[in-house]
Write a protein that binds this ligand. Structure first.
Ligand SMILES: Nc1ncnc2c1ncn2[C@@H]1O[C@H](COP(=O)(O)OP(=O)(O)OP(=O)(O)O)[C@@H](O)[C@H]1O
Ligand SMILES: [Mg+2]
Length: 260
């Protein structure tokens, strides 16, 4: 009997298609834009799987489809073996805290009228609110003094740390990181990437990272998918991709990394 235990995937996306209606003036035909056109990938626990590709290639549409923000035309999304596309709304809501997004735009993610402490009031049980908020803030490198602040009183880097702390407050297994550091300046960028690296280890997290910023890919990714026009051209472990890219398009990307 084979005693070696194979890890089960945490997320399996099969043949995903996402399309959007396109409005065009005076037209009679209903046009559709194919944003994601038959994408498949698997992520194993603890991994950082990264999707890179130029603006508009469909990266965020994959994340939005996993989160149920956009309708999936065809395909399946299995999280811990459960097909999210087939869950009832109630069961989907129950499972959703395990999958937490972190987007580029921290200003949009935080309610400007809510103090930081109120943000956690929504996700943490009352009796644990104070102790857990302190602990969460410290885990993302923020001091507890900021709990009385409104988001506009914080820097960009601090706001993205709050967004991360809020995501962590519901004990997720999978973080969907959509350009999480793109809006930050270089020194803060590096700090947040270091924070992500350490959180992944200490909290046993799995990452699906989406970016066109190649330095973050270089620092975080285990495996990389190169995306173009709604499709994956190739997916490889980062080291294999760097050594042996299959497509010219990938070669161009890699040249950009090595020039950084
Ligand atoms: N809500 C929408 N309605 C119509 N078209 C959309 C919608 N959202 C995205 N699209 C289109 O779908 C395609 C993929 O968009 P998506 O946002 O997934 O790309 P992206 O790779 O995340 O780009 P970026 O790097 O700029 O964030 C684009 O052509 C975009 O214009
Ligand atoms: Mg995007």
């Amino acid at each position: 009997m084979n005693s070696s235990r194979q890890k089960q995937p945490i997320l399996e996306v099969n043949n995903l298609h996402v399309e959007y209606p396109v409005n065009f003036r005076g037209g009679f035909r209903r046009q559709k834009k194919q944003a994601v056109n038959g994408v498949s990938f698997t992520i194993f626990p603890g991994e950082c799987f990264t999707i890179v590709g130029e603006s508009g290639c469909g990266k965020s549409s994959i994340i939005d489809a996993i989160l149920g923000f956009v309708k999936i035309k065809t395909g399946t999304v299995l999280f811990e073996k459960q097909d999210l596309t087939k869950l009832t709304p109630k069961n989907f809501r129950k499972l959703r805290p395990k999958i937490q997004p972190v987007f580029q735009d921290y200003n949009q993610a935080l309610n400007p009228h809510q103090r930081i402490e109120d943000i956690f009031r929504e996700t943490l049980p009352k009796h644990l609110l104070e102790s857990q908020t302190d602990q969460l803030l410290s885990s993302v490198g923020l001091s507890k003094e900021i709990i009385r602040c409104f988001p506009h009183q914080l820097s960009g880097g601090q706001k993205q740390r709050v967004v991360l702390a809020r995501a962590l407050s519901v004990n997720p297994a999978l973080l969907l990181l959509d350009e999480p550091v793109t809006s930050l300046d270089m020194s803060v960028f590096v700090q947040i990437v270091e924070l992500l690296i350490s959180l992944r280890k200490t909290r046993n997290l799995t990452f699906l990272l989406v970016s066109h910023n190649l330095s973050i890919v270089h620092l975080l990714a285990d495996r990389v998918a190169i995306m173009k026009n709604g499709q994956f051209l190739e997916q490889q472990p980062l080291t294999t991709l760097l050594r042996n890219p299959k497509h010219d398009y990938t070669k161009n990307f890699i040249n950009q990394i090595t020039q950084l």
